[in-house]
Design a protein around this ligand. Structure first.
Ligand SMILES: Nc1nc2c(ncn2[C@@H]2O[C@H](COP(=O)(O)OP(=O)(O)OP(=O)(O)O)[C@@H](O)[C@H]2O)c(=O)[nH]1
Ligand SMILES: [Mg+2]
Length: 371
């Protein structure tokens, strides 16, 4: 039975594309599509214009991609592709999700996984890393590791495994952004910094302390790495139940962050409460804000910025990226890109270090099959 899948994204678009493949694909399409000549008579590679159905009249560009493969380009949006899929189903096609269609295009499971993640890449940089894996970078590295372990070159294998594990931290953020949370005392300049980093006014800024209550989030990219920035309520003891609820949200966000920007108001002395905040977050970077108004303290060390003049923002972005991605993967390099890859590589390393070569080879085999 032929299968059909919508292979362009759902939602608004000018054009949508449906792939129909498998034995009988042309015949099924020909039963619905009116073309000038019989569809079966077109040679492979032909592009032709047709009219869908006898009553609907949707104009469709058809590409004969192979004997058993046809691509239909119709109007985008939801109505036209849904109609075509419904009619194809009624004519005997099995309708499948694009992920299943895509998986069948690759024989190598790691490459198939990279292809499935690629539409979710948020930036050019992360897409290019996934394209490297789609081109076989991770597959080749796993094969070479397999050869090294099999040949007893444990030290070399362990060193390459460690490199991969470092890269896997960035690899897990090719489709999901890093979480960067701005915390600090009230009025420190958090919301102003959020806006300055985004380049547009997302959060309300006011001279009154305690302005932000809810979490205010927005996505951006820092040096090509996808980042979700979250602004929070200034932390202080408050008897106002609404502000206290906001402060509780801030603490929870701080606990989940990949990186906390601890925003300090450089016009004020460093406070003991800020030492507490610093000790509470695992990974944080101190930001001395409002540096256009005052000289920031030397301790604790941090990045001096002004959200008003823009001074220090480039340095802050550089420092934040260094915290999130200490070693940027080289172009064309192998990058493990899922939690499961990282877990397998971790276990492989443990086996290699303990001299359990058979177990390490087994892990690499499973990784090669993306299991
Ligand atoms: N000159 C100058 N003023 C700033 C800067 N950053 C913030 N401010 C001012 O400081 C005040 C507080 O700024 P916010 O960004 O609202 O501070 P916040 O930390 O979000 O405050 P809360 O939401 O109350 O916790 C506002 O009047 C801002 O205009 C800066 O870099 N330079
Ligand atoms: Mg605020």
């Amino acid at each position: 039975m032929p299968r059909a899948a919508l292979i362009t994204p759902l939602g608004r678009s000018a054009i949508a594309c449906i792939a129909v493949e498998g034995k009988g694909a042309r015949q099924v399409v020909a039963s619905e599509l009116i073309t000038r000549r019989r569809l079966e008579s077109y040679p492979e590679g032909t592009l032709a214009l047709g009219r869908w159905g006898h009553t609907e009249g949707e104009e469709v560009v058809v590409r004969i991609a192979g004997d058993d493969r046809v691509e239909l380009c119709c109007h985008g949006g939801t109505a036209a592709p849904s109609l075509l899929l419904q009619r194809l189903a009624a004519a005997g096609c099995e309708i499948e999700p694009w992920q299943a269609w895509l998986a069948r295009q690759y024989t190598n499971p790691l490459q198939a996984a990279a292809a499935a993640m690629l539409p979710h890449a948020r930036t050019l940089r992360t897409a290019s890393i996934l394209l490297d894996q789609l081109a076989g970078a991770l597959t080749r590295e796993v094969q070479e590791l397999y050869g090294l372990v099999a040949a007893g070159a444990a030290a070399e294998a362990a060193s390459r495994l460690r490199t991969l594990l470092v890269r896997s931290r960035a690899g897990r953020h090719l489709d999901v952004p890093f979480l960067v949370v701005l915390v600090g005392l009230p009025n420190a300049g958090k919301s102003s910094l959020l806006n300055a980093l985004l380049g547009y006014p997302r959060a309300l800024v006011h001279a009154e302390a305690g302005t932000t209550r809810d979490l205010v989030a927005a996505e951006t990219a820092l040096s090509g790495w996808p980042v979700r920035l979250v602004d929070t309520a200034g932390i202080r003891g408050s008897s106002d139940p609404i502000e206290a609820a906001g402060i509780e949200l801030a603490r929870q966000a701080q606990g989940k962050a990949d990186l906390c920007l601890l925003v300090h108001d450089a016009t004020r002395a460093w406070q003991p409460a800020e030492d507490v905040l610093l000790s509470q977050s695992g990974c944080s970077l101190v930001v001395h804000a409002k540096c256009d108004l005052a000289v920031p303290p030397e301790q604790p060390q941090g990045v001096a910025v002004s959200s008003v003049t823009g001074a220090g923002l480039a340095e802050l972005i550089e420092a934040a990226v260094r915290c999130l991605v200490p070693e940027s993967p080289p172009g064309g390099g192998a990058v493990p890109f899922t939690e499961a890859h990282a877990a397998r590589l971790e276990r492989t390393l443990q086996h290699v270090e303990a001299g359990r070569h058979a177990a390490a080879l087994e892990e690499l085999n499973l990784l090669r099959h993306n299991q």
